[in-house]
Design a protein. Structure first.
Lengths: 456, 456
């Protein structure tokens, strides 16, 4: 720790959002917090006399001057959020009262908390690991039900548990390997190679699964990006409006009404879908030579899915060339063909087109099948792991872990000696420890808390 | 009460401001609140088992689905904010978690609280009177230290106590008067007229004092309006900038640089001062015929004070005609003459000008004497009563009270019979009761709570 003194100081900050409301909570944490609050609290008991985890009415006063009627709750260490002595002051919301109480506190030995400092202290006192710390941040910032649910599971420790299982497996294998090293001159092979290979393979599988869910974590955080693409007048803007259930894009019969792309969000079953309505792509001899092609291409490039809207009244294969072109240029992005204007077509989709989605964007609920298809794709994109929202820091460490494990695996196949294999496995263990916060440095600590706000 | 059922329903709402933060508090109040929260709380104890005023950790869960780690505190009636059974749920801040918990609650018999409904129930259960309710609103909304202090005193009951003293005095006098009425045919005069007159006079004095502090209450709420006025190039914008301690207005040597008026606020010793920089008033034969005269006039009209800036290097009496003109047109608004550019003048203010303020707006701290003068005027405007922030509702009822009292007083002088006098005094008592909430109707209740927000 860069400056040990800072971590023993008593800190305070507004814990609830700033603004006008009935209630606000100010949190004080550190050795002196009870004594400091006692200077300003006038109630039936003095603050140090409070029983732990009980709430007390009184007035916050500076001398004879009453600032506000408040409630005070005491949480003595280690049974508090930070693991230190904590006092929570409940006061009336609004700018002035909270400022005034904080300024009372700052007039003592207490100082204002840095962003994330309460949670940082909770980590340093062993109340939360890194994954739980990051779950707190996700819980606070997430805007989707599913994201909040996964963050809650991560906070409950599901992710930590999974990683620790892998770590324990590797630690056990390594310790056997190290015994082997000690006796290497005698030519012993304590670790059954097959057991060791199994441990490595299982660990690689899990890190791969976690890494592959990094993208779906990002979808849960930021939303599922969906580009609505097609020839002019296929009904892209109508579909866009129908999905949003309001008139967001101007719709006309004149081809090329949409020039720039429009962006809006909807929520399907707890998932955020970011919808992009693009300019119509012109059908020319070289398939797509188009107005706004660059913009549309950049939208497609950043999408999780392309909804290719086809005017089915012109034929089900009318947009075939366009679909082929997009598929060849963006091979990793799934394309769903939306057969629009089905209300103008006799009969349903032909057998060859059963994977397409039937849609009548201008009819009531005519776009519902598209929503169903989107939800199916979002669910498919959520691979395997449901207990964690993988973030960039974790993904980068998971990727490093996986490389070390694969390197150990290859070394085993190549008949490399145990000491070289042990180095790789130990590196993998260290990476896993950095993910959970089992091992850390001040730099790692700063990285984890970089995006926290004051009062957290 | 319009609909008795509504007041027995269990209600819930976010009590802290919406937004991103470490902590949010959701309040549940009503008969079923403990049972309802128990459906979702997983901890070591069930909610109905909680000891009063103790805080408990656990998970908020819907079935097996964990929503958030929370703390729950139980306040059983009548020892709660509303006087009903209350549960306070402390959860992670942020939009989604709070929405999710509220939606859990709404899936039961609980409904969302109306704006101000928690405080309204506190009133109906006798926990707060109207004056305390209005103090809560002022505490939350006030932006000045002094305003918050007075609101805190009002919440503590200072204002209520003063009004009840008057009410008791009048009640006592009236009851004696009513005994007199019963025996009126026998010609008795139980109430000593002089005692009765004294009671009326004291009551008139107090209501007058309270009414006269209505303006200063408004100053504490919205700020002290101060117009900076003067001939072109007197240094108005320089003074404006110096008071604000930043370059807000463009200053040049070209007369008439300021065209429209500028507005900004500063805080002096806990008071908000709203400063208005106006266009220079032209000096012509008929004293003020000016560009922007209408705007400047409307600014002056709404001000609590006029700072008339004079260029002392042109002579101390240079703006005399302008001062006389403003004084005649706005006789109720005090004018302070600021002798600016004193750094260009030899010696200090002459004896005849000792009431003027010496100022050098362009020198460091050269505008400090103006701040001192402003503070003095603000303090002077705060007449007498320091325990209340009188609002429009209270002022209107105080004015009605005073009229009834004066009418009773006049009737006494005219030798009117006791029964007519008693009608007036009883009306005054009713008005006082409406101020505190001793007597109320649904309409009055609505008026008091009209500006409350949800969760209060």
């Amino acid at each position: 720790m860069e400056n040990t003194d800072r971590w023993t100081e008593t800190i305070c900050a507004l814990a609830t959002p700033p603004g006008i409301a009935g209630l606000a909570v100010i949190r004080v944490s550190g050795t002196d917090s009870l004594e400091i609050c006692n200077k300003f609290f006038r109630g039936t008991k003095s603050v140090p006399q409070f029983t732990d985890h009980t709430i007390h009415y009184g007035w916050w006063s500076e001398g004879v001057r009453k600032i506000d009627s408040v409630t005070l709750t005491v949480f003595r260490k280690p049974n508090s959020y930070t693991g230190e002595d904590v006092v929570e002051i409940g006061c009336h919301g609004g700018v002035f009262v909270t400022q005034q109480i904080i300024s009372s506190l700052l007039s003592t030995s207490a100082r204002h908390a840095e962003p994330g400092e309460f949670t940082k202290r909770a980590f340093l006192n062993g109340k939360l690991d890194f994954l739980q710390v990051e779950a707190v941040a996700d819980l606070i910032h997430t805007q989707t039900r599913v994201g909040a649910q996964i963050a809650a599971r991560q906070l409950a420790g599901g992710f930590t548990h999974r990683l620790n299982e892998v770590r324990d497996l590797l630690l056990k294998a390594t310790s056997l390997l190290e015994v082997e090293l000690d006796f290497s001159e005698e030519g012993y092979e304590f670790v059954s190679r097959s057991v060791f290979i199994k441990a490595l393979d299982e660990s690689v599988d899990l890190t791969s699964a976690l890494l592959s869910s990094a993208q779906s974590s990002e979808i849960l955080r930021s939303g599922f990006a969906c580009a609505v693409v097609g020839y002019p007048n296929a009904g892209k803007s109508s579909l866009f409006n129908a999905l949003l259930n309001r008139t967001r894009a101007i719709v006309s019969e004149i081809p090329g009404t949409t020039r720039d792309y429009l962006e809006d969000a909807l929520v399907i079953d707890g998932y955020i879908v970011n919808l992009y309505d693009t300019a119509g792509l012109r059908h020319t001899e070289d398939v797509i030579e188009l107005q706004g092609v660059q913009l549309t291409s950049s939208v497609i490039e950043q999408s999780n899915i392309v909804l290719l809207v086809n005017d089915s009244s012109c034929g089900f294969d009318h947009s075939g060339a366009l679909q082929a072109d997009i598929a060849s240029r963006f091979p990793h992005i799934p394309i769903v063909c939306i057969q629009n204007k089905m209300d103008l077509v006799e009969g349903g989709l032909p057998a060859a087109r059963q994977n397409d989605i039937s849609c009548s964007a201008l009819s009531a609920r005519g776009a519902d099948p598209v929503k169903v298809a989107l939800l199916e794709h979002i669910r498919k994109s959520r691979q395997g792991f449901d207990d964690a929202l993988i973030n960039k820091r974790q993904a980068s460490l998971l990727s490093e872990t996986r490389q070390h494990l694969l390197s150990a695996r290859n070394a085993l196949n190549d008949g490399t000696t145990a000491d070289l294999i042990a180095i790789d496995v130990r590196s993998a263990i260290r990476c896993l420890g950095e993910i959970t916060g089992e091992t850390w440095t001040p730099d790692i600590l700063d990285a984890v808390f970089a995006n926290f706000c004051i009062g957290k």
